[in-house]
Design a protein around this ligand. Structure first.
Ligand SMILES: Nc1nc2c(ncn2[C@@H]2O[C@H](COP(=O)(O)OP(=O)(O)OP(=O)(O)O)[C@@H](O)[C@H]2O)c(=O)[nH]1
Length: 319
């Protein structure tokens, strides 16, 4: 092609655009040697083009995810196809500082990366172009929205007074554990518990004091259970705990510890100090059960037995 003043002017214009466009532009040859490094890249990497042009990109920036990026570049060469990755897969390629005050919650820039093959005049693919886009603002919006959704999700699953799972989501966990048992055969136990003579607490000290009792007993359940156990507020003053992979004997130890811990609580509400006890019922999961509701019902029956036998105790369902 013959260069005329017009084509030179056009080339000059194009180069100007490439240099000043607000995205990172990098061109690599088949040996990953840098052929183009635009101003965006210079400014954010603090590395002048003359320091990297003609050099191996990975030697210039050893902090790059070498294996991953090389395989991306190779696939563009081999398949003669575009490749694209978002900040969700990899937050950034090079850790550029985030300079925008509006997105100052993070120190570095979230980036999307796009790669495409560059055709030479003879049609061969000798180079790959990488485009790095600053997506910090939309990434932060996305992250904030996700956090809000997670919070809403948590709120919809938990009980406002106790922060334990609400009945609906706790029962869903019971069902999950029931189905898991059908596959694994490893026993778990269900504990239902209820505060003794709770109506009297409300009648004597008022509803607010009753709420405080419910809160503190819930906190005691949470402290007494293992991380893998799942507790929920089943009703007003009734709770359920799934003791994952505990048989009835293991559940008995848990119940006795919880019973004693609640008995020892000194619950203060206004000028009152309130003492409470709980009754508990245990049911170990069994092959005979066909529905998860049977598991809950059996624990409830064992709880009823504890109430009938004088309260402040636990019983195991015996069939
Ligand atoms: N303060 C408060 N009270 C509640 C809440 N939910 C249920 N209650 C009360 O809990 C009481 C439960 O009373 P009952 O079912 O008669 O049982 P109980 O007095 O605990 O007696 P037993 O279970 O037989 O030992 C009722 O008075 C309900 O109004 C709540 O969120 N806060």
């Amino acid at each position: 092609m013959k260069s005329t003043p017009d084509t030179i002017e056009q080339l000059h214009l194009l180069l100007n655009i490439l240099q000043n466009v607000d995205v990172g532009l990098v061109v690599l040859d088949r040996d990953c040697k840098v052929q183009l490094w635009n101003r965006f890249m210079e400014n954010h990497s603090n590395t002048r083009a003359r320091k990297v042009i003609g050099k191996d990109l990975f030697e210039c920036f050893p902090e790059l995810p070498g294996e991953w990026l090389k395989s991306k570049v190779d696939s563009v060469f081999v398949l003669n196809n575009r490749a694209f990755t978002t900040w969700k897969q990899r937050p950034y390629l090079l850790k550029f500082s985030n300079y925008r005050p509006i997105t100052s919650q993070v120190e570095w820039m979230y980036q999307n990366l796009s790669l495409f093959p560059l055709q030479a005049v003879d049609g061969s693919i000798a180079q790959v172009c990488m485009i790095i886009t600053d997506v910090t603002e939309s990434a932060l919006d996305d992250i904030a929205l996700q956090a809000l959704n997670d919070e809403l999700d948590l709120l919809s699953k938990t009980d406002g007074l106790t922060r334990l799972l609400n009945r609906r989501s706790w029962e869903a966990e019971v069902e999950k554990e029931f189905l898991r048992f059908a596959r694994s055969g490893r026993a778990s136990s269900l504990v239902m518990l209820d505060i003794d003579h709770f109506k009297r607490v409300n009648d004597t000290y008022g509803h607010q004091a009753g709420d405080e009792v419910i809160r503190q007993i819930s906190a005691t359940i949470r402290k007494t259970q293992r991380d893998t156990d799942i507790s929920g507020r089943y009703g007003g003053e009734e709770f359920g705990v799934i003791l994952v992979e505990s048989d009835a004997e293991g559940a008995s130890y848990f119940c006795e510890r919880l019973r004693a811990a609640v008995e020892d609580l000194h619950i203060v509400s206004g000028e009152h100090e309130i003492h409470c006890t709980i009754s508990l019922g245990i049911s170990e999961i069994s092959q005979e059960m066909t529905l998860y509701r049977q598991w809950v019902e059996q624990s409830d029956q064992a709880l009823y037995l504890s109430k009938e036998s004088g309260r402040n105790q636990y019983n195991v369902y015996r069939g």
